[in-house]
Design a protein around this ligand. Structure first.
Ligand SMILES: Cc1cc2nc3c(=O)[nH]c(=O)nc-3n(C[C@H](O)[C@H](O)[C@H](O)COP(=O)(O)OP(=O)(O)OC[C@H]3O[C@@H](n4cnc5c(N)ncnc54)[C@H](O)[C@@H]3O)c2cc1C
Length: 297
């Protein structure tokens, strides 16, 4: 198979995506494209358009499960110095989409700036974090996002203010556009208290969830809305008796039932089988439909 015409210098053919996701599972991408800057990204999108190739953008792959069959299209990854730039201006920080979010959050705490400290322990790139409106009980990224610059499929660039992004629970209107950079407005605070809070949240997560370095994609399902309240999906799966249930090399975590851990020999299909098992069991036991939070590609 040959490279995507016009993108030879930055194109890998038949690339194993397991190397690019937190789960380390799944098949190959027909093309893996790594544009080094915005101009190259525009060229990539142009090539995809011309050749009729469907594209997707991958961050750290911390919320994506790639099927064993792989992705019959192009996967775009924003890696390299241009995509990792971070500009601080007082309490306002602008970070390029490929910047590592946990590092950014730690830096903000060390600068005595609050707002990202509540998102301690959430892996991902800045682009992925904003696209997912990542967060939890201590806040979400939408609360501190002022704007994002995005590129459309035709290469046009626009700045979207927070209202345009449409932040909701693990939801945004960022679809079919690529986040180039995001601007966050933080609050000056006391560095020691911020550090303490940051570490306390880390510890709390370590006690309640599988290790961040483990092969998971975080919470598998969204917490369902029932009578105006979000019920913890993990508790529903636990109550359905599925903690520790296995399929092939994957297991519903014994520590937190909304996590599925991949072990040795696991296939993406094992995770998918467990997801379906959990959905069926919770439908039966609680009459509630669980909606995936992770994306299955
Ligand atoms: C151990 C663990 C704990 C986690 N805990 C939490 C948590 O507490 N709260 C939470 O919300 N999430 C959590 N997650 C999930 C994950 O960290 C977030 O969803 C994060 O936002 C994923 O970022 P990413 O860069 O890995 O995105 P990916 O997983 O690579 O992609 C996710 C989505 O974002 C899109 N995307 C990525 N980059 C861009 C871009 N530049 N422009 C447009 N779209 C883009 C992708 O196309 C995809 O649709 C956890 C995951 C793990 C593994």
């Amino acid at each position: 198979m040959s490279c995507l015409p016009g993108c030879e210098a930055i194109c890998q053919v038949d690339a194993p995506l397991s190397e690019h996701t937190w789960y380390k599972l799944g098949g190959r991408a027909r093309f893996l494209l790594t544009p080094r800057d915005e101009a190259e990204l525009a060229t990539v999108l142009e090539c995809c358009r011309r050749e009729g190739v469907r594209w997707r953008v991958l961050g750290r792959g911390a919320n994506v499960l790639v099927r064993d069959a792989g992705v019959d299209g192009a996967v775009i990854k924003l890696v390299g110095p241009a995509w990792e730039q971070v500009r601080w201006d007082g309490a306002v920080v602008t970070a390029a989409a490929g910047a590592d979010f946990p590092r950014l959050a730690k830096q903000s705490v060390e600068r005595g700036l609050g707002g990202l400290d509540g998102l301690a322990g959430i892996p991902g790139s800045v682009g992925g974090i904003v696209r997912m409106n990542a967060g939890g009980k201590y806040g979400n990224i939408g609360q501190v996002t002022r704007a994002v610059r995005v590129m459309y499929a035709d290469g046009r660039i626009e700045t979207w203010a927070a209202e345009r992004i449409g932040f909701g629970y693990r939801h945004t209107e960022i679809n079919n556009v690529i986040v180039l950079e995001a601007t966050f407005v933080l609050q000056p605070g006391d560095r020691d208290s911020l550090r303490e809070r940051f570490q306390a949240i880390w510890k709390e997560k370590a006690a309640e969830q599988p290790a961040v370095s483990g092969r998971t994609a975080g919470c598998i399902f969204k917490n369902p809305l029932v009578d105006g309240q979000r019920l913890p999906a993990g508790r529903l799966i636990d109550q359905a008796g599925l903690k520790g249930v296995r399929a092939g090399g994957a297991e519903i975590s014994r520590k937190h039932a909304n996590f599925i851990e991949a072990g040795q020999g696991a296939k993406a299909q094992d995770v998918i089988d467990l997801m379906e098992m959990a959905q069926q069991a919770v439908r039966r036991s609680a009459g509630i439909e669980l909606e995936p939070e992770i994306e299955v590609w």
